[in-house]
Design a protein around this ligand. Structure first.
Ligand SMILES: Nc1ncnc2c1ncn2[C@@H]1O[C@H](COP(=O)(O)OP(=O)(O)OP(=O)(O)O)[C@@H](O)[C@H]1O
Length: 301
């Protein structure tokens, strides 16, 4: 039984179709990536999964069952727009939210203290949200979404507004929760985070899945267009090899763009006849390149 299963889900706002026939599953202990340009339908999908809005078509199932009110206990949600009350103290707010999700005040308080320590902000316990920096508010929002140990964690742009050290801290935490069995639905505009954290993903465009599957499969569907060459010196004639579209000199070799994978062998042969080749690599496309190809110029959907 899958913790989360969407089948042909549709959401209309008037005559605008925000989500159009979307299907995907999230396994136990899996972090699933939801990507798409602004307005593609990511937040709408998450809000449907959380039961905050209802689909106009299709089904959403949790462990094989439809939505029911008891699910709020297993959900954790970090919305894109911070949903915290500015005038209320961190301790009161986070423990209250955890109690709404079925945790005792005592357990919520000790978990909150644990996470504040882990995130190096124990002094925030007695502060009001409005007294905190934007990044620290984000951390408290994140703690509020996990303090009650949810089974299904929904993270909408969870790392936005954080400095690189804190992004690492939250990434490590998310990986730990995933490895402990939490199912995570994760939306972001940062492709490298999806590459690092998610095995499976959907790229949405205007509410439709334009690309879907495992990162490995998606990468294998797209041609490899970059060659990295490290050499002992300069190589003549790279630009004139058939299929080479761009040659850039780097500190210790070349970065070459090709339009045909077959030209990679010719590049290697050409280099080997002239210099010592220290590295030769035909690079897989990055998710960023795949995204741009899939969504392309229509990214302002
Ligand atoms: N309450 C609403 N009423 C009307 N239209 C809405 C509403 N919420 C979202 N939409 C529309 O539905 C589409 C999908 O919006 P959604 O917020 O789900 O996109 P998103 O992928 O989360 O975008 P972003 O990356 O900008 O957060 C957009 O065209 C948006 O304008």
């Amino acid at each position: 039984m899958k913790p989360l299963q969407l089948q042909e889900v549709v959401k209309q706002y008037g005559d605008k179709t925000a989500v159009n026939g979307l299907s995907f599953d999230v396994e136990e202990g899996e972090m699933y990536g939801l990507l798409g340009a602004n307005g593609a339908g990511k937040t709408t999908t998450m809000r449907m999964v959380l039961g905050l809005i209802y689909p106009d078509g299709g089904t959403i199932q949790y462990d094989g069952k439809p939505f029911h009110s008891g699910l709020s206990r297993i959900f954790g949600y970090l919305p894109e727009e911070r949903g915290m009350y500015p005038k209320i103290k961190v301790s009161e707010q986070v423990t209250y939210l955890a109690q709404l999700r079925g945790m005792s005040r005592k357990d919520a308080d000790s978990n909150l203290k644990y996470w504040l320590e882990r995130f190096n902000v124990p002094e925030n316990y007695n502060k009001k949200i409005e007294e905190l920096s934007k990044g620290n508010q984000q951390k408290i929002g994140f703690i509020a979404s996990i303090v009650h140990k949810p089974k299904l964690l929904i993270l909408d742009e969870a790392f936005s507004g954080l400095d690189p050290v804190n992004v690492e801290l939250l990434k490590e935490t998310v990986k730990e929760l995933r490895d402990q069995g939490t199912s995570i639905l994760f939306s972001t505009h940062r492709m490298e985070h999806v590459e690092e954290l998610c095995r499976n993903l959907t790229i949405l465009q205007k509410g439709k899945a334009v690309l879907q599957g495992s990162l490995r499969d998606l990468k294998s569907r797209y041609p490899r267009e970059h060659v990295v060459l490290r050499t002992s010196g300069a190589v003549e004639g790279l630009q004139s090899i058939a299929g080479v579209s761009d040659v850039q000199r780097t500190d210790d070799g070349y970065r070459i763009r090709i339009t045909d994978e077959g030209s990679a062998q010719h590049i290697l042969q050409t280099a080997m006849t002239q210099v010592n080749v220290q590295q030769f690599e035909l690079k897989e496309p990055t998710l960023n390149e795949i995204f741009i190809k899939a969504v392309g110029s229509e990214s302002n959907a």
